[in-house]
Design a binder for this molecule. Sequence first.
Ligand SMILES: [Zn+2]
Ligand SMILES: [Zn+2]
Length: 339
Amino acid sequence: MQDDAVMRFESCGTRVYRIRSQVLPHLVGYVYLLLGNFPPTLIDTGSGEGFSTTDILNGFEQVRTKFGEQFNPQQLERILITHAHIDHAGGASSLSAFLEAEIWIHIYDSRIVAAYEERVAVANISFQRFLTNAGIEREQRSAIIREFGFVKGRCSSTSVARLLRDGDTFDGINVHHVPGHCAGQLCFELQPFLFVGDLILQKTVAQIWPQSLASNAGLINQLASLDKIVKLTSGKQFIALPGHEDIIQNVTERIETVKRTHARRLERVEKYISQSPKPITIAELAKKMYANLPLNRNLLALADVGAYVEYLQQNAVIRVANYEDFEQLQEPIFRYARV
Ligand SMILES: [Zn+2]
Ligand SMILES: [Zn+2]
């Protein structure tokens, strides 16, 4: 295992072990093992693909051998899921083969874990509609969805033992619902630790999904979620432990930077729409924002631009200029202009 495979944090008797897991071929993720005066708890599951589950099990072993904990993975009572993206929840079923732990997750994301095939089928209809409205040609749509990889058979469904909601509290852990990146995104607060999933990352700005693709996600919710965490952490010393990248020492400062990035991107999208000689589609905007993307990044880029467009529309900055054509069209393409 790599040297940084397991990292330890401690405060007032609570020990937190950050375990590195290769969640996707080009993506490293972290799960967190919490030990202390409460039932042993794991946060997130990795993807269940490649070496992800093995990395986590090896990490448990290191917690015993390298850090001297009397920890037996069979004692693990529960796995709290920050959100149901594959790199955080995809490993739930493969870990269940080794562990007895219950899965706890926000109610909005619970069906992705408990009924994966249903979610894929329903989501693919939304993806098709979104790509159609975005101006992507029919032949390209299925390829874009397939390359994105939210496909049948990729995950096995796993039963969920407890549905979490904003404000839940157990064993000193407070649950905060912070939708935007994902509908059921949660932060788990166990002072001075804040497990933030993908709400904020140390270097990159987390992907935002438009509400048209993922209800309860969207930039409007993400900005409210960021403000909620600023309120929670202001005047207190928190260490934010995210699902990827480094730990975040100054949560408020990082959130201010993330908000400035969103504001800049919104300005860019607005500028392209204002300067376009005719009303413009999301696909055309995505080409301007992200030139030469590989196919497997296409849906992410379109969703990202879609989230900014949606926000500008929700805030009465832009409008759908060609709505009068919709009645004659089976597959309407939305073209945007300034209000
Ligand atoms: Zn995510
Ligand atoms: Zn992630």
